[in-house]
Design a protein around this ligand. Structure first.
Ligand code: ADP
Ligand code: ASP
Ligand code: MG
Length: 404
């Protein structure tokens, strides 16, 4: 069977007119004799609305009920899309995860797809049907509904492509593909023709919302090529694939930036073994994700300063946890909202010296102060004041010749 998996994001199914347009895109693949499996997200804005409702009902809303609630947006979009295809004379139906089933493992709100039962969908495809599968959701071994993290329909599509051995997996979205940086933030951003899993994973993890990071891990692990395309403009998109498929002469492939980060500094922490662990253990127990971490070299051998970043939504909780932590001593706690992490990403960095210097010099020329630095083999991240984000993006985009 020549199967193609088509995933439509929230913006692609955001209105009735857009859903009609999606039905027309599906027909193009049917004409090319593909068996089409569709994965749909919720209409844009719906998941956020549901989350708001859960917060209004209770500040401690049950996580299991949260998943039942927030996965319901997908049900609406799937039935509307199936309804449109039926209207056009095709055989189609919606499939919710429990009806297949798509089995997940892990905690509510953040499960991972583990197994997909193929039988019912294969039978339906053989009968000429077009299955419209709800993204973002699954069921666990307790037979309860789960969700797989925000933006999770991307991972649903990739896992469905894996289990059904699809020939192609296409992610339809509201931009023409993956760009050198968010095209909605910088109009000089250029579409990237081909990008490696590793680079895409870094870009996604460091702020490029276009693909969910987990989905890229799944694709990389299972060697699934992903095509990212626009559902509004008929143009070639971006191919996400393995590194050996790519000939690239660029040092830097893309730049990502984050929003809503905050910086936490503990001044005058006792410099002895186990202190960092004592600080981070209660944070991790409370599911607070700590990102960039720096510890100064202790000048007097007794005290040091420790700085790390977190999401601003976790700031209050973090302050409370640190202040009530009896296992640590420090002189002062400094909290700073409105910082942003800018990252340059590219496998070309591995073989090219001087990228770090060029990044720092470019920012210095624009009088942008660097607060924290972290690096890996294929990325350099710096923390700066949020108000300088756009200025930094423009300057770095130019410095690394991403416009041409
Ligand atoms: P969907 O609803 O299709 O899942 P998302 O909103 O999750 O779409 O992702 C698409 C958005 O990702 C774009 O509108 C764009 O603003 C943003 N984005 C961020 N970084 C990038 C990038 N490097 N390339 C393309 N889009 C990006
Ligand atoms: N509807 C879900 C969300 O908004 C999943 C997705 O869009 O992929 O996070
Ligand atoms: Mg998305």
């Amino acid at each position: 069977m020549k199967i193609v998996v088509l995933k439509f994001g929230g913006t692609s199914v955001g209105t009735i007119e857009k859903i009609k347009n999606v039905a027309d895109i599906i027909c193009i693949y049917l004409k090319k004799r593909y068996k089409v499996i569709v994965v749909s997200s919720a209409m844009s804005g719906v998941t956020n609305e549901l989350i708001n409702k859960s917060e209004k009902i209770s500040r401690n809303f049950s996580e299991a009920e949260y998943d039942v609630l927030v996965s319901s947006g997908e049900q609406i979009a799937c039935s509307l899309l199936a309804g449109r295809l039926i209207h056009k004379g095709y055989k189609s139906r919606s499939w919710l995860s429990w009806q297949i089933p798509i089995i997940t493992k892990g905690p509510y709100k953040n499960s991972r797809i583990n197994q997909i039962n193929k039988n019912r969908i294969i039978k339906f495809l053989k009968e000429g049907g077009i299955p419209i599968i709800s993204g973002f959701q699954g069921i666990n071994d307790q037979n309860r509904i789960t969700t797989i993290g925000r933006g999770g329909s991307d991972a649903s599509a990739i896992m469905i492509a894996k289990f059904f051995r699809a020939k192609r997996c296409i992610i339809y979205t509201d931009v023409e593909g993956v760009y050198t940086t968010d095209p909605n933030k910088l109009n000089k951003a250029k579409k990237i023709k081909v990008i490696s899993y590793e680079e895409m994973l870094e870009m996604a993890s460091l702020g490029a919302k276009v693909m969910q990071p987990v989905s890229i891990q799944d694709a990389r692990l299972n060697r699934i090529d992903i095509e990212v395309k626009s559902s509004f403009i008929k143009k070639p998109g971006t191919l996400i694939t393995k590194r050996s498929n790519i000939i690239n002469n660029k040092i830097v492939t893309g730049i990502s930036s984050t929003q809503n980060d905050s910086k936490v500094s503990l001044i005058g922490v006792k410099d002895k073994p186990g202190v960092a662990a004592a600080i981070f253990k209660p944070l991790s127990r409370n599911s607070i994700n700590v990102d960039m971490v720096v510890q100064n070299i202790s000048a007097n051998g007794k005290e040091t300063d420790l700085t790390f970043t977190i999401k601003t939504e976790d700031l209050k909780k973090t302050k409370k946890i640190i202040e009530s932590n009896r296992n640590i001593n420090f002189r002062k706690l400094l909290l700073k909202r409105n910082v942003s992490k800018i990252s340059v990403i590219g496998v070309g960095m591995i073989t090219t010296p001087g990228v770090t210097f060029r990044m720092f010099q470019t920012l210095a020329n624009k009088k942008i102060n660097i607060q924290v630095i972290s690096t890996s083999e294929i990325k350099i991240s710096v923390l700066i004041d949020k108000k300088n984000t756009k200025k930094a993006l423009i300057a770095l985009h130019k410095e690394f010749k991403l416009e041409s």
